[in-house]
Design a binder for this molecule. Structure first.
Ligand SMILES: [Zn+2]
Length: 382
């Protein structure tokens, strides 16, 4: 399906690359839809008898086994109104299409940047494409923030029974959900924070709608486009496996995501672990700029993407096995998570608390804090 030549692609990208002024801030962006999809993602007519009016939309929320990811709605990021009513139809989507925005690989991983990204995409889709609203249903920033794209997408997804019709994949907009991943992934892979949230969002979608993980596809599987980039496209088999693992209650769900702005005991524990690894960081439970810098330094030194966000890949390298007799900052980390005195001394009391946790989580009750016990401890409710 990759029929559009790179030369033609490049020409289109050059012709449509743009910068706009929003709120006094000039944004340079090239959402992938701008780069390649002008003719292959736009609004398509939907039979009106299938449309669910706003007031009749189902509001019941079905219980889910996978975690419900945090998704910033259109009102959170300051979306403008759609120019025409968005259509929500009375049928479930049957597949998910992964896209990349083909905008720059920003190193601004903040929530503010994510909001700005969402606004800039909406602006371009409405005012440059002439669409009624953002094309895709959801966007994930490189910092790992999930944002509602088109209005009512969140409402439809939460219902588990209806589908908000988007404009992202020609001929598949009434049956497929679109996820735009911020960045360009022709040769590099997405940051861990983005990938982890992509897994979480896909798992939630699959569970809500009963979509098979085999139906998680790349844009190029349907239309003539390079999207979502060679590197990200090559990750889709892994994505399907990770989403399946999440649906099965497997390891993809078992590490929390810690990042700048967080303030809780998981951050305290992570700070103790960074100190244990020799990084200079204040242990105060606040994931501030200093914690981000220490995390980035640790990631760089360990061959990880230095995004400053602590997710599965970083946790795996950051943790270290501790057991009775140890006396160090890693012990303080597990003690913090277990909410016992963080004196750094792994004695009988700490061992008893560890065993209690292992017992309650169905783990081997040996009192030794290895990867599974660390995961369980980091997932204890705050
Ligand atoms: Zn695409």
């Amino acid at each position: 399906m990759k029929s559009m030549s790179r030369r033609a692609f490049g020409k289109l990208a050059l012709g449509l690359g743009t910068s706009v002024l929003i709120g006094g801030v000039e944004l340079r962006f090239l959402p992938h839809a701008l780069a390649a999809d002008t003719a292959i993602g736009g609004e398509e007519p939907v039979p009106t008898d299938r449309v669910v009016p706003i007031d009749d939309a189902p509001h019941a929320v079905a219980p889910t086994a996978v975690n419900t990811p945090a998704i910033a709605g259109t009102s959170a990021w300051g979306a403008r109104a759609a120019t025409e009513p968005v259509q929500v139809i009375n049928s479930k989507p049957t597949g998910i299409v992964v896209h990349n925005t083909q905008s720059g690989n920003s190193t601004d991983y903040s929530l503010g940047h994510a909001y700005e990204l969402a606004r800039s995409i909406q602006y371009s889709h409405i005012y440059e494409r002439g669409w009624i609203d953002t094309g895709q249903q959801f966007t994930i920033s490189r910092g790992g923030y999930i944002l509602e794209g088109r209005h009512r997408s969140l409402e439809a997804l939460s219902s588990g029974t209806t589908h908000c019709v988007g404009a992202h994949t020609h001929n598949y907009n009434t049956t497929h959900l679109g996820i735009e991943c911020e960045g360009s992934y022709g040769s590099i892979t997405p940051p861990n924070a983005l990938y982890n949230q992509l897994v979480a969002l896909c798992a939630y979608m699959c569970e809500k709608y009963g979509i098979s993980t085999s139906e998680i596809k790349g844009h190029r599987d349907f239309n003539a486009t390079d999207c979502p980039g060679d590197a990200l496209y090559a990750m889709l088999p892994q994505l399907r496996r990770d989403v399946q693992a999440a649906l099965d209650g497997g390891p993809a769900q078992t590490w929390p995501l810690l990042r700048e702005g967080d303030w809780n005991r998981r951050v305290t524990a992570a700070e103790y672990l960074l100190r244990h690894r020799g990084y200079s960081v204040k242990v105060d439970g606040l994931f501030d700029a200093q914690t981000t810098s220490a995390t980035q330094a640790f990631q760089s030194a360990n061959g990880l993407t230095a995004d400053g966000v602590i997710g599965a890949a970083t946790f795996t390298k950051l943790i270290t096995t501790v057991r009775k007799g140890d006396n160090n900052n890693a012990v303080r980390a597990i003690q913090t998570l277990l909410q016992i005195t963080a004196d750094g001394i792994f004695g009988s009391g700490t061992e008893a608390s560890v065993k209690q946790l292992q017992q309650s989580k169905g783990l081997t009750v040996d009192g030794i804090v290895g990867p599974n016990t660390w995961q369980a401890a980091f997932n204890l409710p705050l």
